[in-house]
Design a protein around this ligand. Structure first.
Ligand SMILES: [Zn+2]
Length: 394
């Protein structure tokens, strides 16, 4: 999806950068409850030392990246088991790629927001030393962040299971004729999506299910404690630009999806690679280098954690004195344990989240506002405070 990304990068640049390429910090408070004093206190925490940014779905949501479980989200329309589980991919890669085409369609109109650009600026100011993200659409890189660790991979790239070659996913779509050379979707070349759509329950089925649920509730004990949701495994993947090494411990699916899954026991890597990789069936995108089967380079349910990526993230956290947590519920282990560990060794936590996260109560600053508004204010405050400190020294 390199073409789409470069297009929205250039559009967003026009919006957010001035004639000299400087980030244009907005002076307008868009009505959040966060005061300038709160921003200043948070900025002082960030000035204590290298900062790692830890981002989740909330940052992308402010760019209009569709949610998966919210009303209207992709999971409401598509059958997750058929399009995002590694076993389904190995059984029917064409259907999984067909779903990816719908994601590509949605991401074509998505641009980095002011929060993404402010993070990139904080990195350019040597305040933020890197971004650890659970998101998979590449918006941090598109906004100019350089050190980005994508825990759940990057859905805008494709990976050859046989030789490890990576290419933008729009190249994969072109290989099967779903995209023209100008990146236009060739609608009449697309396979039918009916096989991967969620099955709608009939009114009678829905009624029976509802009755069963209420019967079950009334026959249970008087305790109102709900049953825990079924556990799913969780993932971590590689950063873009490097061949994906074998992963090692546990599965999940990316970004917003993984925001609501919990971790469970480890398992063997179920993704065959190299000489064990399955052959590409007719109609599936193939590698330009070796004609092997391409897979979207995001982590699917059932795939294992990538230990190398997780190690990179841990190393980054351990080298920092503060974490800037943005738009993440911090519910997904082991990623969510990284800020906790940083705090336990005396680091500062700044949480930017209008709804709050599991770590908001632990944070030294909790800025209850949207990141597209808060982060530019924070970057501006950091720049001003640093300027004041320098004036004082000299
Ligand atoms: Zn290959």
């Amino acid at each position: 999806m390199g073409g789409a990304r470069s297009r929205f990068l250039s559009q967003a640049d026009q919006l957010a950068r001035g004639p000299n390429g400087d980030i244009q910090f907005s002076d307008t408070n868009k009505g959040s409850e966060v005061t300038d004093e709160q921003i200043k206190i948070a900025a002082k925490h960030l000035l204590l030392g290298p900062v790692v940014a830890f981002t989740g779905a909330g940052v992308s949501a402010e760019s209009g990246v569709p949610t998966y479980r919210d009303p209207g989200g992709l999971w409401r329309k598509f059958d997750m088991k058929k399009v995002s589980h590694i076993n389904s991919f190995l059984k029917d890669p064409v259907s999984c790629w067909r779903f990816e085409l719908e994601l590509y369609r949605l991401l074509q109109d998505v641009q980095p927001n002011a929060g993404h650009f402010a993070l990139a600026e904080l990195e350019a100011m040597n305040i933020v030393s890197g971004v650890v993200t659970q998101n998979v659409e590449g918006l941090h890189t598109a906004a100019g962040s350089r050190n980005v660790i994508e825990l759940h991979g990057n859905e805008t790239w494709a990976l050859c299971l046989r030789c490890g070659h990576r290419c933008p996913s729009n190249e994969a779509f072109k290989r099967v004729g779903w995209l023209s050379s100008e990146n236009t979707i060739v609608e009449n070349a697309l396979p039918d999506i009916s096989a991967i759509l969620r099955k709608e329950r009939s009114p009678n089925q829905a009624k029976r299910r509802s009755k069963k649920r209420s019967d079950s509730a009334s026959s249970s004990s008087s305790s109102s404690t709900p049953s825990p949701p079924p556990k799913r495994t969780q993932v971590v993947s590689v950063s873009p630009g490097s061949p994906r090494p074998r992963s090692a411990s546990r599965p999940t699916r990316n970004t917003r999806r993984s925001e609501s899954v919990s971790s469970s026991s480890s398992s063997e890597d179920s993704l065959p690679r190299g000489s064990n990789a399955p052959p590409a069936p007719p109609g599936a995108p193939t590698c330009l280098e070796c004609n092997g089967l391409l897979k979207p380079d995001a982590i699917y349910f059932g795939e294992n954690l990538n230990t190398k990526t997780l190690k990179h993230a841990k190393r980054l956290f351990s080298s920092c004195k503060a974490a800037l947590i943005i738009g993440s519920t911090c519910k997904v282990a082991p990623a969510s344990t990284l800020p906790v560990q940083l705090r336990s060794r005396g680091g500062k936590l700044v949480d930017v989240n209008p709804q709050g996260s599991r770590l908001s109560h632990l944070a030294d600053s909790w800025l209850k506002g949207p990141s597209a508004e808060i982060l530019p204010r924070l970057a501006k405050a950091v720049a001003e405070l640093r300027c004041e400190n320098r004036s004082y020294v000299f």
